[in-house]
Design a protein around this ligand. Structure first.
Ligand code: ADP
Ligand code: MG
Length: 320
């Protein structure tokens, strides 16, 4: 079945997405017109998922749609922003209506949950790639940045780490896991939970924040470099899921937790005087203190005896 580009946009990307009063003019003109609320700054992020690079080529379309928005929502979370509007640039090899239906379902799941309006985009023919730009609001001067971590701050992460890395190993058959564990970690890889609500709560508490997309060491490294400080992580404190603890040796689990990407948990720092407030605000959330910000630059990992942990691999980098 072949449908025109305009019919495609109309059918899949116009009607089902949340309607917002602050969208003056949505899809259909040369550009969208939106009204930002008084006193708010705009947080703007963009992320591209390329087939075969950011997801295996046989990933199902619903998971691709979900993840394309999840990774951007995670960036909003890391800034403490409230997501509002998105644009979608989609390049696909052909018009496959079944694929588009599933893709839209995945996208809609998160768009609906966070009330994100789809205000425009671009549709082109080529190798499969999806780019979403997400725009959110953050009260003036309250965004969570990477450059304000201070010596003595405690370092925290949300959720558990390394699940997506094990999920990828499981999907690629590099690791043979029990059915229950593989279901769990593959779901963590394909449907990560963006920590949007936690990010917003952290605005008045955290001194810095980042989302873990390239692995804890790499991403915490961005905080320490931007802030001109260093960090020590205590390996025993790394939060690991049941799947990691039961299916692979501990050292391998640590390796994944430190270096595997795609978890989309938050890593943030909190000064001593705001720790009580943190416990109060995040009483119902899963988060763990994993170490401290220090004067000495670089990120170190120590075991329970204070011995350094030797790493084989430092995190995902494009073009290397
Ligand atoms: P133009 O030629 O002016 O760039 P297009 O033909 O690319 O316009 O798009 C027509 C309208 O449809 C625009 O409002 C554009 O934002 C919207 N649009 C195109 N592709 C998408 C998409 N994948 N998702 C959402 N909106 C889209
Ligand atoms: Mg266009």
């Amino acid at each position: 079945m072949s449908i025109s580009e305009f019919a495609l946009i109309q059918r899949y990307f116009t009607t089902h997405f949340p309607k917002r009063d602050d969208v003056i003019l949505g899809i259909g003109d040369d550009a969208a017109l939106c009204q930002a609320p008084e006193g708010m700054q705009l947080a703007i992020s963009v992320d591209t998922l390329v087939s075969g690079v950011h997801f295996p080529i046989d990933t199902n379309a619903k998971d691709i749609g979900y993840k394309a928005l999840a990774v951007n929502l995670s960036d909003m979370a890391a800034m403490g922003a409230t997501p509002a509007w998105m644009t979608l640039a989609i390049t696909c090899p052909m018009v496959d209506t079944q694929w588009l239906t599933l893709f839209t379902q995945g996208l809609l799941e998160l768009a609906t949950r966070y009330h994100v309006g789809l205000i425009g985009g671009d549709t082109t023919c080529g190798s499969l790639a999806i780019t979403i730009q997400l725009i959110g609001f953050v009260p003036k001067s309250q965004a969570l940045c990477r450059h304000q971590a201070k010596v003595g701050d405690s370092i925290f992460v949300t959720g558990t780490l390394g699940d997506a890395g094990l999920g990828l190993a499981s999907i690629q058959k590099r690791m043979l896991l029990s059915q229950q564990a593989s279901d769990y970690v593959e779901k963590r890889l394909n449907n990560p939970t963006p920590r949007v609500e936690i990010g917003q709560m952290l605005r008045s508490i955290a001194s810095s924040a980042i989302d873990i997309s390239d692995g804890l060491l790499a991403d915490l490294g961005h905080i320490t470099v931007a802030s001109g400080v260093g960090a020590t992580i205590e390996l025993e404190k790394l939060p690991l899921s049941q799947a990691l603890m039961t299916e692979i040796p501990l050292e391998q689990a640590w390796q994944l937790a430190l270096t595997a990407g795609d978890d989309y948990e938050l890593c943030f720092t909190v000064p001593a005087e705001r720790l009580e407030l943190l416990a109060k605000f995040l009483a119902n959330e899963q988060y763990t203190c994993i170490g401290k910000i220090e004067n000495q630059t670089g990120v170190r990992c120590i075991d329970v005896k204070g011995e350094p942990f030797g790493l084989e691999y430092q995190g995902y980098q494009h073009f290397s």
